[in-house]
Design a protein around this ligand. Structure first.
Ligand code: HEC
Length: 156
């Protein structure tokens, strides 16, 4: 009986431990530096994919619908990634970041821009699947405007 109680309480202890781990994980990163690194890497990979699509649209490299659609898929996946890493205590200017304080002063607007960007990225992915080059070009230009609009306001 005694050992059953003991087993139960250590089981509860394990549950509590697991729960507190889950709570801690709400902040995706343990250190502000990691959050900054994460978002910069995501943005950088996103840019790599966007650049290949841009080169095809400009004609610097031959347009290939299959490759374009692959890059658009990766681009959409990456376009959703950086934003969680801005919502991290301490991951603000002064930590090797080009993010401006204006982000945290205008958080709702920043998140709105991030959301609009993701919607436009999805529209680009859809256009890529359609294979219609006029639609693709238009969707690409619309998406590109998001980069500049957000950088002008929120990136050093
Ligand atoms: C909603 C705002 C927003 C949008 C939209 C946005 N960016 Fe950024 N971007 C930022 C911010 C803020 C930083 C600075 C991040 C930092 O240094 O912590 C940044 C940084 C970058 C960087 C530098 C990453 C590094 O290695 O330091 C690249 C490259 C980049 N963005 C490319 C793009 C491209 C390409 C697009 C559009 C296809 C885009 N961004 C759209 C806000 C945005």
């Amino acid at each position: 009986m005694k050992s059953a109680v003991k087993a139960t309480s250590s089981f509860i202890g394990m549950v509590v431990l697991t729960l507190s781990t889950t709570v801690a994980a709400q902040h995706a990163f343990n250190h502000p530096e990691k959050a900054v690194e994460y978002r910069q890497k995501a943005l950088s990979l996103m840019q790599n994919n966007f650049a290949v699509m841009g080169d095809m649209i400009k004609g610097d490299i031959t347009f290939d619908g299959t490759v374009f659609a692959e890059r658009a898929n990766d681009f959409v996946a990456l376009a959703g990634m950086p934003w969680v890493a801005f919502d991290q205590p301490g991951a603000k200017p002064g930590k090797d970041t080009n993010a401006l304080p204006a982000i945290w002063e205008n958080w709702d607007d920043f998140m709105k821009k991030a959301e609009q960007f993701q919607n436009d990225a999805k529209a680009l992915q859809q256009a890529a699947l359609s294979g219609n080059q006029n639609d693709i070009r238009r969707a690409f230009m619309t998406t590109a405007r998001n980069c500049k609009a957000c950088h002008d306001a929120y990136k050093d």
